[in-house]
Design a protein around this ligand. Structure first.
Ligand SMILES: Cc1cc2nc3c(=O)[nH]c(=O)nc-3n(C[C@H](O)[C@H](O)[C@H](O)COP(=O)(O)OP(=O)(O)OC[C@H]3O[C@@H](n4cnc5c(N)ncnc54)[C@H](O)[C@@H]3O)c2cc1C
Length: 410
């Protein structure tokens, strides 16, 4: 621990965004303090789906083998179903190198610990059981954080840059006054672990079912006969329809003809848990004088799939690059750190925009039925869906009117 409690960078939150940022910075030789209110390994309410974007950054972190050495399942395809029960199974397309692509399902208690331990191994100092409560500001610039250890001792740490990686309820983003909860851009989601759900393959399953539209019900197969089962809905729609997410999800499990058989011999392991997802369709500032936000604290979750781990890891990496340059230039001003915001927006905005439009299309029941019918028979529709799995920019295809004309005529 540094004697004067001063670091190049203090990172608040050691989830995927904070731990990836810490590892990239520590590797470059910067002094990094990584703080988390939890003690690892810790659980995080999630679907546990680790898709293509995540696997790319895991490679950059040198963590692919470490993730695969822990309990996980390999995902080679996606299964969709429409409200009328039409089901389509699509293998994840091969990557540009012609190699078979796949993702993982890995329980967050396991996955996040791998990313966290790596940050420690790369040289970041860590304090667990430490809750950040406030920012230290001097002349409008962030110069550190205040917080409490488990026994209530108050401590202050100083930094050239403070990184807010503290998730959807980010204290850092809240104290900076940038965090916004707009119900049309937030999603409520719940998940539970089940054992022995019948007929699980190596597919993640997204089901558009009555009672949960707009939104979806998922079954993600894990290792050891387990599955992550859950559902999510845009907060605004959930409130306006008066949906109780847990009741609606249990109804699917016990009453829906497609699922009641599959869950007949299954047993719940642990409890249902819920959490919120800040969608990237709403943008708030992510860089300022002496501060940067990453992951959910920067509102980067994909509004169509609900995937946030990929952008959490990516934003951690991009933030580390800008911060490292700022340290070299000895410039921690908003002007300098804004390079991160610019780069991040360039990387994620096009796909977030497409995903938001896809979310809107997914709220039309008839359209979902129509598409699933076509996809069951039409190679172009199947291919378009498959492309979106690897590259969310491919969702543009769904926004091209000519595509619909071709589908209609097919
Ligand atoms: C039900 C559900 C299902 C999801 N399914 C998927 C999925 O299948 N695939 C996918 O890619 N994404 C999924 N997501 C989204 C994904 O979970 C998040 O996008 C991702 O966890 C963001 O990572 P993060 O590092 O930004 O934040 P987090 O993982 O939330 O980590 C934040 C960390 O900050 C710590 N912290 C918080 N406050 C403080 C504080 N004051 N002081 C110190 N530490 C603090 C927390 O303890 C935590 O460790 C899902 C989300 C939900 C809710």
């Amino acid at each position: 621990m540094k004697e004067n409690n001063s670091y190049d960078v203090v990172i608040v939150g050691a989830g995927p965004s904070g731990s990836s940022c810490a590892a990239f910075l520590a590797t470059k030789g910067h002094s990094v303090l990584l703080l988390d209110k939890a003690v690892f390994p810790r659980d995080k309410t999630c679907g546990d789906g680790i898709s293509g974007k995540s696997t790319r950054i895991l490679k950059d972190l040198g963590l692919s083998k470490a993730v695969e050495s822990q309990p996980h399942s390999i995902i080679t395809g996606v299964a969709f179903s429409s409200p009328d029960g039409t089901m389509v199974e699509i293998p994840i397309p091969k990557g540009p190198d012609g190699k078979v692509s796949y993702g993982y399902c890995s329980r967050r208690e396991v996955f996040d610990n791998v990313v966290f331990q790596n940050a420690k191994a790369k040289g970041a100092q860590v304090i667990e059981n430490f809750t950040v409560t406030d920012l230290v500001m001097v002349d409008g610039k962030v110069t550190g954080i205040k917080g409490k250890t488990a026994d209530g001792t108050e401590k202050t740490f100083n930094a050239k840059v403070v990184v807010g990686a503290d998730g959807a309820n980010s204290v850092v983003a809240t104290k900076l006054g940038v965090r916004e909860v707009k119900p049309e851009h937030w999603c409520a989601a719940i998940r539970a672990y089940y054992k022995n759900v019948k007929d699980c393959k190596q597919n993640i399953e997204l089901h558009f079912v009555d009672g949960l539209i707009p939104g979806y019900f998922w079954i993600f197969p894990l290792d050891n006969g387990m599955a992550n089962v859950g559902a999510g809905m845009v907060l605004k729609d959930m409130n306006s329809q008066g949906v109780n997410l847990k009741d609606a999800t249990m109804k699917v499990i016990t009453d829906n003809p497609k699922f009641k058989e599959r869950f007949a011999g299954a047993s719940l392991v642990g409890q249902w848990k819920g959490w919120n997802l800040p969608f990237g369709s709403n943008k708030w500032p992510v860089a300022g004088d002496g501060w940067i936000l990453v992951g959910d604290a920067a509102s980067l979750v994909d509004p169509f799939t609900g995937e946030g781990i990929g952008n959490a890891l990516l934003s951690g990496k991009l933030a580390a690059e800008t911060i490292s340059q700022a340290i070299a230039a000895k410039d921690f001003s908003k002007n300098f750190l804004f390079a991160y915001e610019k780069e991040l927006r360039k990387e994620v905005d096009p796909e977030l925009k497409n995903s938001f439009r896809m979310q809107k299309l997914g709220s039309h029941k008839l359209l979902l039925n129509f598409f699933m019918h076509k996809a069951a028979k039409n190679a172009e529709v199947k291919e378009a869906i498959a492309d979106t799995l690897l590259d969310s920019n491919s969702r543009k295809k769904f926004l091209d009117p000519l595509f619909y004309v071709r589908v209609l005529l097919s």
